[in-house]
Design a protein around this ligand. Structure first.
Ligand SMILES: C[S@@+](CC[C@H](N)C(=O)[O-])C[C@H]1O[C@@H](n2cnc3c(N)ncnc32)[C@H](O)[C@@H]1O
Length: 282
């Protein structure tokens, strides 16, 4: 197998507001009020806006470089090469938030659409889930062509092919669960993540809690490559602390076998502070 599951072939290198707390839109009247066509149009306008942003080409380049997923890679994957893959990759988006009412979430959704275009992921192969989505928002996502997941996986989704996980500003438990479920050389090498920097999480969390409660993120810090994605000051609430994260095989292969054996399912002591909505609550 090649250095990275994401690697196909290589060539030579060449102010919005964030919703701080998001309340589930459970009232049926709120759902009914959503004008799906209008929201779709607004998202498409936001895509056009982002495409003209100076930081967009940089995101695109970082993403293409990350698909090479190798510390020693001197060559990047081209968009043309991505098009000719036999096994098209998938995307899973967790925790987008209430994009019909929150500008930060709308910009994140628009960015996701641009990223899917670059990675040549078909919209139906993009699986989206947030327990706070209203039925109107689910309709918007379906109208865009995406697949809306109906089950709360708590991030415990095993990958079977190269998969982009897009989870911006999500709770650490979501990342930790995802890493646990894919805790193997085969699993991690197929993950491409766009989300919060693991190094940033480590800096903001006490060492004891980070190691005990989020042990998979803690271990992943030493196994991944993280590239911070640029974020203009006016977009700080939308894309702050966002990085593209990969797990190059040459790094994973250096890890002693014993560290892959029987990974234990995470257990969290402090459910109050978990920052994710559990299956039982959704
Ligand atoms: C801090 S908000 C971030 C929202 C948005 N991405 C932003 O940056 O404004 C965290 C999001 O994770 C979502 N979330 C919580 N539990 C989840 C789960 N089990 N699966 C997917 N998303 C979840 C919440 O509903 C919320 O929308």
């Amino acid at each position: 197998m090649s250095e990275s599951e994401w690697q196909v072939a290589r060539r030579r290198k060449g102010q919005t507001r964030k919703c701080k707390s998001q309340v589930p839109l459970s009232s049926p009247s709120v759902h009914e009020q959503l004008d799906v066509e209008k929201v779709v149009k607004r998202i498409r306008t936001t895509v056009t806006e982002l495409r003209c942003e100076e930081f967009w080409p940089k995101w695109k380049d970082e993403l293409l470089m990350a698909t090479s997923a190798s510390a020693s890679a001197e060559e990047d994957v081209t968009e043309e090469q991505l098009k000719s893959r036999d096994d098209p990759p998938e995307c899973v988006c967790y925790g987008l938030g209430s994009f019909s009412s929150c500008a930060a979430a709308r910009y994140q959704l628009a960015m996701l659409l641009l990223l899917l275009e670059v990675l040549q992921v078909s919209l139906k192969n993009c699986f989206v889930y947030d327990p706070i989505f209203s039925s109107g928002e689910q309709n918007v996502l379906r109208e865009l062509g995406m697949t809306v997941l109906t089950e709360n996986e708590e991030g415990k989704r095993p990958v079977t092919k190269p998969t982009l996980f897009y989870l911006i500003h999500c709770g650490k438990a979501l990342y930790n669960n995802l890493l646990w479920k894919n805790w193997s050389i085969q699993g991690l090498s197929q993950l491409l993540m766009i989300g919060n920097s693991f190094n940033g999480m480590r800096e903001r969390t006490t060492e004891r809690v980070f190691k005990q409660e989020y042990s998979y993120i803690s271990k992943a810090v030493g196994l991944c490559e993280e590239k911070t994605l640029p974020c203009p000051p006016r977009m700080i609430d939308v894309f702050s602390d966002t990085a593209v994260i990969t797990f190059p095989r040459h790094i994973l292969l250096k890890e002693p076998q014993v560290n892959w054996a029987e990974p234990h399912e995470p257990e969290y002591r402090d459910w109050q502070d978990l920052e994710i909505i559990l299956k039982a609550q959704s």
